[in-house]
Design a protein around this ligand. Structure first.
Ligand code: NAD
Length: 299
């Protein structure tokens, strides 16, 4: 799938979508973008090969690859199939084209979408990412891919512009399952670190030193290594990944674990904590602000 023969539609130009689309442009792909927030168009004023469309249908028309980087499956389903009397964009997806959902979506919805799109000769792939805004900017995301192996091979050159570790994990929906489970494990580590550091501080300890000990010991995790000093103990709470999205990811993982009829005790508690914190901290809170939520709770 070379740049000269590929026209990409990119829907969802938020914190992640903007840098990912920019990396495709840098590699020579033509990108037509759409986002509900049309102010994002100005972020591409210096990028060659970019066109902003005023509707998603216009962006998708004529594209042989459509990439979605949207908040969740509810929004994706409404965009594709329509809702509230509004028609979806599905008729605009060309036969033989690819729809790559790079959002962190529900594996169940993705399996349904895969089947419905297959009937229309559109190839669905789920390709959620891990690594956050920093890795989206430098094109070094981890990309987890679900879908047919021959389709994976076809779209690989394009994914390589956005990511470094690109792993095909199974059929459509498999990548969204793995992504949700990964984010649940990551969120559990974050909540544990917040509780531990807060209690250490109450005991009179210096949380910076305690975190250093965690990082030199078996308690270290992605939060202790990358978030505690950069976004939490300095009260910045601006990592670029919202608490609302973390809550959504844990909910997807919890439903998945329960659907598999597996034990989900910790996932249930993590979801309850994320939900409470999200409601308490309000719209726009970063996921690292769970530390702020934890330290303001009293037993
Ligand atoms: P974001 O909220 O910054 O961006 C989402 C964008 O979608 C916004 O610009 C919004 O205007 C747009 N949007 C919403 N509904 C729309 C619609 N119907 N049509 C067109 N545009 C619409 O979110 P983000 O942080 O970029 O995350 C996007 C996805 O990537 C989510 O599924 C998230 O879970 C996942 N993700 C985020 C990160 C991160 O660090 N931020 C990391 C990995 C994965």
């Amino acid at each position: 799938m070379k740049p000269a023969e590929t026209k990409i539609a990119f829907v969802g130009l938020g914190l992640m979508g903007i840098p990912m689309a920019k990396n495709l442009l840098k590699s020579g792909y033509a990108v037509t973008g759409f986002d509900l927030n049309n102010e994002v168009a100005t972020k591409f004023s210096d990028d060659k090969g970019f066109t902003f469309s005023s509707t998603p249908s216009e962006a998708i028309r004529g594209a042989n690859v459509t990439i979605l980087m949207l908040p969740d499956s509810k929004i994706i389903d409404a965009l594709l199939w329509g809702s509230d009397g509004r028609t979806g964009v599905v008729d605009e997806l060309a036969k033989g084209s690819f729809l790559i959902d790079m959002s962190s979506s529900s594996p169940t919805s993705s399996k349904v979408n895969n089947k419905k799109l297959e009937e229309r000769s559109v190839s669905f792939m789920d390709a959620p990412v891990s690594g956050g805004v920093k890795k989206a900017i430098d094109g070094s995301l981890a990309i987890i891919v679900g879908g047919k192996k021959e389709h994976f091979d076809e779209v690989l050159p394009l994914l390589t512009c956005m990511g470094k570790s690109i792993t095909h994990v199974g059929d459509a929906g498999a990548a969204h399952a793995v992504k949700a489970l990964n984010n649940y494990v990551s969120a559990a580590g974050l909540i544990a670190a917040c509780e531990a550091l807060n209690a250490a501080k109450e005991f009179g300890l210096d949380p910076h030193i305690v975190n250093q000990v965690f990082n030199a010991s078996t308690g270290r995790n992605n939060t202790t290594e990358n978030k505690v000093e950069n976004f939490m103990l300095n009260d910045a709470f601006n990592s670029g990944f919202s608490l609302a999205l973390m809550r959504k990811d844990i909910q997807i993982a919890l439903s998945f674990i329960e659907d598999m009829k597996c034990y989900a005790g910790l996932a249930q508690q993590c979801f309850a904590t994320a939900k409470e914190a999200d409601e308490k901290l309000g719209k726009g809170a970063d996921h690292t602000a769970v530390y702020d939520y934890v330290r303001t709770q009293k037993k």
